[in-house]
Design a protein around this ligand. Structure first.
Ligand SMILES: [Zn+2]
Length: 288
């Protein structure tokens, strides 16, 4: 996991399958991920080391286990339906020993966001799945008490932050070729994956159509309603800002963009900003 942190800017950047295969331990190649199977259980370990979720293109049916359950945690399905399948036993062993696992989450063909460590904190036999908690949440389980609503909400927001956000950030960055949609600035460390409508698609990891790659300044301008994006993908700057006079950032970075179309739009139609979501957001911008 230290190696992954060094390779991924602390979990921010996705890794290609080939890069993941470069890991060595004590001078030997050591596979962290199984490209054929979902579950990686090295022969030298007593329990599973990694799980994997296959990438699916936008619009393809999403597997049930992507969703955050009512308790605020996500699920990982068994391999097949036999509880005694060696891979399911390997997962159970990791759960019983509270061993940390790596979750490789496909964000494009053969490209993975590594989420680590995660812990298996429960098993649901009837649904043939394990309950997965991201780091720091493994000792928190809500009961059915209404008082536990606070715990459930906390688990949900942390699961979004640690699991869904890095995955959706990578997907948005890939769709926009790591450029700001408004000004086409190209430096990953200066870019954010902005939501068009907050939390509306919090279950949809792959909801690139509810995202925009924006540089820090345009993200902040979008959030504070200085900058709006029309449903036909044209940028507008708020009227009072247009009347100001100031240095180059205001003149070129904001005022100069008024009436300009977005400079970067995903090539795949299903990944382009959703008109309905844009309209909702643009109406709020107009209202200000
Ligand atoms: Zn920008």
């Amino acid at each position: 996991m230290e190696w992954l942190a060094a390779r991924t800017n602390d979990g921010r950047d996705p890794l290609a399958g080939d890069e993941i295969e470069e890991f060595t331990f004590e001078g030997e190649r050591f596979r962290l991920m199984d490209r054929q199977r979902g579950i990686r259980k090295p022969a030298v370990l007593a329990s599973a080391l990694a799980i994997r979720t296959v990438w699916r293109p936008e619009g393809a049916p999403r597997p049930y286990e992507d969703a955050i359950a009512a308790d605020g945690l996500v699920r990982y399905k068994w391999r097949g339906d036999d509880p005694d399948h060696p891979e399911n036993r390997a997962l159970r062993a990791a759960m019983d020993a509270q061993q940390p696992l790596i979750w490789f989450w496909g964000v494009a063909e053969a490209l993975y966001q590594a989420i680590y460590p995660v812990y298996l904190v429960g098993e649901e036999l009837r649904q043939q799945q394990f309950v997965v908690a991201t780091d720091g949440l493994q000792h928190l389980r809500p009961t059915d008490s209404p008082l536990d609503e606070v715990v459930r909400r906390y688990l949900r927001s942390e699961t979004l932050r640690r699991l869904h956000q890095p995955v959706s950030r990578s997907m948005v960055m890939l769709a926009y070729h790591e450029r700001c949609a408004v000004c086409s600035l190209r430096h990953n460390e200066l870019l954010d994956a902005a939501h068009i409508v907050e939390d509306r698609h919090d279950l949809g990891v792959a909801a690139v159509r509810n995202g925009l790659a924006l540089c820090k300044i345009h993200h902040a301008a979008y959030n504070s309603r200085i900058l709006g994006v029309r449903p036909d993908l044209v940028v507008e700057i708020r009227a009072d800002i247009l009347e100001e006079t100031d240095g180059p950032l205001l003149e070129h970075g904001l005022k100069g963009l008024h009436g300009m179309p977005l400079r970067v739009v995903p090539s795949s139609r299903s990944q382009r900003p959703d008109v309905e979501l844009l309209t909702l957001r643009y109406d709020r911008f107009r209202a200000s």
